[in-house]
Design a protein. Sequence first.
Length: 156
Amino acid sequence: MQLNSEQRNVVEILLSAVYNNAADTPKCYFLDCPAGTGKTFVYSTLLHTIRGRGDDVFPVASTGIDATLLIGGRTAHSVFRIPIDLTATSTCNLKPNTKEADMLLKTKLIVWDEAPMTHVHAFLAIDRLLQDLTKCKEPFGGKVILLVEIFAKFFQ
């Protein structure tokens, strides 16, 4: 199977963001398209390409079932140690100078499947965590992040 032109464009944009350190390069992307258009193929291509270059990528999902569909995927709660009871000022329970924190620092891309299923307070907590770990005040600590949503077409 090969990428079609639209899929290839998405992959090229994201690889450019991952490997281009230009200050004006966007770091946060949202992929939302109808079911059956190849979102899984796109992010699987990204995972294989980045890992094939010897770099780390973190595939996470909002639910355990979705995490099983990602190559090496885990739930966002387990990766970032998101607290169960969330508020606007919640912080993740992941400590600096740990193996998990080091893995997040090294990662080139975070792919988050079913991202809109997660509460906004979780994203705020992760943003604070990554800014603290990277010592960078850019959104998500300057990490490139791909938020993926599935849009099922129920009616024709």
